[in-house]
Design a protein around this ligand. Structure first.
Ligand code: HEM
Length: 464
């Protein structure tokens, strides 16, 4: 897009990354480069003079970018030059090479089937507790509901804290900090009372202190809990060469951060898709009634309920919360027909891949039954990424989606509100910009009443 220059491109990109990338893909093909200007960088600021920003589309480019780890790596985000930011941003998402492999190996034991089984109980308990607060006739914003619910679940499964009494101390602090971290204003280094930068700097320090305090409290307690952080501490204390104290802080922060908004956005979009597709909601409830008779799905059933499985898979395809992820070229290399300079930024998009009509005919149609015969490769379907950095919480995230959607549907019918305008807001993940207001009804199976007149860009993204 030479005419716009990099600033024009950046503005269009930030206004609606999905529209922007779809246009790029259809105009320029599988690789597009932002040209003109010295440093047309969208997210990071690489140092090489010739470095540029590239968009890599399609399964083949996904494979290339995700598996060629000597060419493409993750970078550190920009932020305040403080010890707290340094510490928190040095985590599994930003590490590369042998260090990344090592840290991943150390974190993986917390996500085995045995542990997922335990987390499953926490997920059911917290969801039931949360849903008890809903009253038929109420209108609630499902994005904030799902955010509060997943916050409570993460507080319990990751930190072993009681979501109702302890969440203020840690999870909420991290959440507030992450909200500020992605505000562009916080990057203006004006360290004065009341500025976003000062707020971020203080939030970062408080997050580090809270995590250190929690680690010390758990150690003093003696008996390790069954939550993620306790497991990491126990592993560390057995063999101090494994995760350092700093790594305990940064990795527990990043696991919380990476798992939280992704799951709540995926849930919100799934509720939207069920409300707009009454026949799918009805078929799903038939399956739940037949196999669960009103009980929550057991851990095993989260794997065996086939309609539920297809609904979640299709929702993660059509409205994939992970829209776009960055890599940096760490040496001069090639991408498709382009030669690209070291320092260039390369962006790949699960969302755009999931809307490729050559892989998914009529890609904007929410059609869970397509999964009866569809077998895409790891680089054609990648809501959890792919390759050596594939999401380590994919199993935990999927169980949360399945349990929460099943419990909501068993108890309530959620109706959309006439006139709601839904546009995507893409930050790290994609959420509905103004939330998703829905009216709560007791489950009466009148699914066709859940639909409503919906406006906004969502109509270009999903066939309604
Ligand atoms: C529906 C929910 C989720 C979605 C859609 C999702 C999506 C993703 C994606 C696309 C990546 C790859 C990013 C890249 O290649 O740059 C990723 C990585 C990651 N995810 Fe998730 N995620 C979800 C849930 C979770 C949960 C529940 C956790 C942990 C509790 C988690 C922890 C992580 C971590 C630590 C990484 C980094 C892995 C690495 O770099 O080796 N995610 N996730």
């Amino acid at each position: 897009m030479p005419i716009l220059g990099w600033r024009g491109n950046a503005i269009r990109f930030f206004r609606n990354p999905i529209r922007y990338m779809s246009d790029l893909r259809s105009t320029y093909g599988p690789v597009a480069c932002l040209v003109q200007g010295q440093s047309p960088t969208v997210f990071f600021r690489p140092t090489g003079l010739e470095s540029r920003t590239y968009f890599a589309f399609g399964a083949e480019n996904n494979r290339r970018v995700l598996t060629s780890i000597d060419d493409f790596q993750t970078g550190r985000p920009r932020g305040p030059k403080t010890r707290a930011f340094d510490l928190l941003s040095n985590n599994i998402l930003t590490m590369n090479g042998a260090k990344h492999d090592e840290q991943r190996r150390l974190l993986m034991p917390a996500f085995t089937r045995e542990h997922l089984h335990r987390y499953h109980n926490d997920i059911v308990e917290n969801t039931e507790e949360h849903l008890r607060g809903w009253r038929p006739g109420e209108r609630r914003d499902m994005l904030s509901e799902m955010t509060r619910l997943t916050l409570a679940i993460s507080t319990k499964t990751l930190f072993g804290l009681n979501p109702t009494t302890d969440s203020r101390s840690l999870a909420l602090k991290i959440r507030q900090m992450v909200d500020v971290l992605f505000s562009p204003l916080a990057m203006v280094p004006l360290d004065l009372p009341g500025t976003p930068y000062r707020k971020l700097r203080l939030n970062l320090e408080e997050t580090v202190t809270s995590l250190q305090t929690e680690i010390a409290r758990k150690r003093a307690q003696g008996s390790p809990g069954e939550d993620f952080l306790s497991m990491m501490i126990a592993a560390h204390d057995e063999d101090a060469g494994r995760l350092s104290d700093d790594e305990l802080v940064s990795q527990s922060f990043v696991v919380f951060f990476a798992g939280h908004d992704t799951t709540s956005c995926a849930l919100t979009w799934t509720l939207f898709l069920l409300a707009t597709h009454p026949h799918v909601a009805s078929e799903l409830l038939d399956e739940l009634d037949e196999h669960l008779a009103g009980a929550p799905p057991t851990y095993e059933q989260t794997y065996s309920l086939s309609v539920l499985d297809r609904v979640i898979k299709e929702s993660l395809r059509v409205l994939s919360p992970g829209v776009i992820f960055p890599r940096i070229a760490v040496r001069d290399t090639t991408l498709g027909e382009f030669e690209i300079a070291a320092g260039s930024e390369v962006l790949f998009s699960p969302y755009i891949t999931h809307h490729d009509p050559t892989i998914y005919p009529e890609p904007n149609c929410f059609r869970p039954e397509r999964w009866l015969s569809l077998k895409p490769s790891a680089y054609e379907y990648l809501p959890f990424g792919a390759g050596p950095r594939k999401c380590i919480g994919a199993g935990l995230g999927t169980i949360q989606l399945k349990v929460i959607v099943a419990l909501i549907l068993q108890h309530y019918r959620l109706g959309l509100v006439d006139g709601t305008k839904i546009d995507p807001h893409v930050n790290v993940v994609m959420s509905p910009k103004r939330g998703l207001p829905m009216t709560i009804h007791t489950q009466d199976r009148k699914f066709s009443l859940s639909r409503a007149k919906i406006g906004g860009y969502i109509r270009q993204m999903v066939t309604l």
